[in-house]
Design a protein around this ligand. Structure first.
Ligand code: PMP
Length: 351
């Protein structure tokens, strides 16, 4: 690395994203993408933007999208922030939202970008262990903190924390901000967006990469009290005042408006998740209860790393993590019915 970088950059431990190989011959069940593709109305809306108006800057406020999200959740547009993928929205939150004199609490098994952002923004992380069933225990978050963040459903476990427990957590932490990363909420859970008017310490972050099948477009949103949203806007305008291009604003807005397509594809993923869970159990896997578009499963006798390698050789890509307590699990994204069937057929041969 060039000597011109400051030592702090040399010391960064960056996030390592899941593998994104050329997929002609691979069934890609490793990064929780949606197998069904975006709403045809979203594709048409994006295509309509590919014209000479691209010489003009997009709307810096992304009002069209803010209104589409606000309509969907029955909140005012002043409750909505949008950014270039939820990773960027999360980065803005880490940049300025948490108190730096106390640790940020998050589960010891959760989204591996959180410790990376702690390093980048000089925040002290404190990882709170999940219980023996891999669940978040809200009682463990009643300790001094400069903020709390966790995915719901959690990633990579897929386990959901119910809304009444979230409210308990918010009540117990009225003096610090609670960020709920709802990347996977549409596959079974109730969104905490219903609580944002009541709790000014709650920020909900979502993505269009999963249930709306637009990972390639890079759109994320945050919903929270307008006082929280105002800070995100200030950070964004000090960093990149045009986070979304014209196609992204139009496509994401159309995806939010197309409720029929959203519900039908989401329901297919949920039904397939139940099918995959059942099939894996029959093959002697223990599968954690998932409300996400993936399952987290460990085989009773076979080594997870070896299984992942064998699956790969057979053309099926799944995710294996090396972190303590989860090294014998595989995280498997729910694919199309055909892909799921192939996964199970291949596993049947491998085991
Ligand atoms: N949060 C969680 C829990 C995730 O798993 C992901 C996807 N890797 C993200 C946020 C980021 O999603 P995106 O940047 O595609 O919106």
């Amino acid at each position: 690395m060039s000597k011109f970088w400051s030592p702090f950059v040399k010391d960064l431990v960056p996030y390592v994203p899941g593998e994104q190989p050329k997929i002609e011959r691979l069934i890609k069940l490793n990064t929780n993408e949606n197998p069904y593709g975006p709403s045809p109305k979203a594709i048409a809306a994006m295509q309509a933007q590919i014209n000479e108006d691209l010489r003009l800057y997009p709307d810096p406020n992304c009002d069209q999208l803010k209104h589409a999200v606000a309509d969907y959740y029955s909140v005012g547009p002043q409750y909505v922030f949008v950014g270039n993928g939820s990773d960027e929205v999360l980065a803005h939150a880490f940049h300025g939202l948490f108190q730096h004199d106390k640790p940020l609490l998050f589960p010891d098994i959760s989204y591996s970008f959180y410790p990376v952002y702690c390093g980048l923004y000089n925040i002290e992380p404190k990882q709170v262990p999940l219980d023996e069933d891999f669940q978040i225990r809200v009682e463990d978050y009643q300790q001094p903190n400069g903020g709390i963040i966790f995915p719901n459903p959690n990633a990579p476990t897929g386990c959901l924390l119910e809304l009444d427990k979230i409210e308990e957590l918010l009540q117990a932490n009225l003096d610090s901000v609670v960020v709920i990363d709802e990347a996977y909420i549409d596959f079974g859970g109730d969104s905490a967006v219903s609580l944002v008017k009541q709790y000014d310490n709650l920020l909900v972050i979502q993505t269009l990469s999963k249930s709306r099948a637009l990972a390639g477009l890079r759109v994320g949103i945050a919903i929270g009290h307008p006082d929280l949203i105002e800070g995100l806007e200030r950070i964004k305008n000090s960093f990149n005042s045009y986070p979304l291009d014209r196609a992204a604003i139009a496509g994401a807005s159309a995806a939010f408006a197309d409720a029929d397509y959203f519900h039908s594809t989401r329901n297919k993923v949920i039904a397939s998740r139940e099918w995959v869970t059942e099939a894996l159990s029959t093959l002697d896997f223990e599968v954690l209860p998932s409300e996400a578009n993936f399952v987290f499963a460990r085989h009773k006798t076979r080594d997870a790393k070896e299984l992942a390698q064998q699956l790969r050789e057979e053309g099926v890509l799944v995710r294996h993590f090396t972190a303590p307590r989860i090294e014998q699990f595989l995280r498997i994204t729910i694919g199309t019915e055909e892909q799921n069937q192939t996964l199970i057929d291949v596993l049947q041969r491998c085991i």
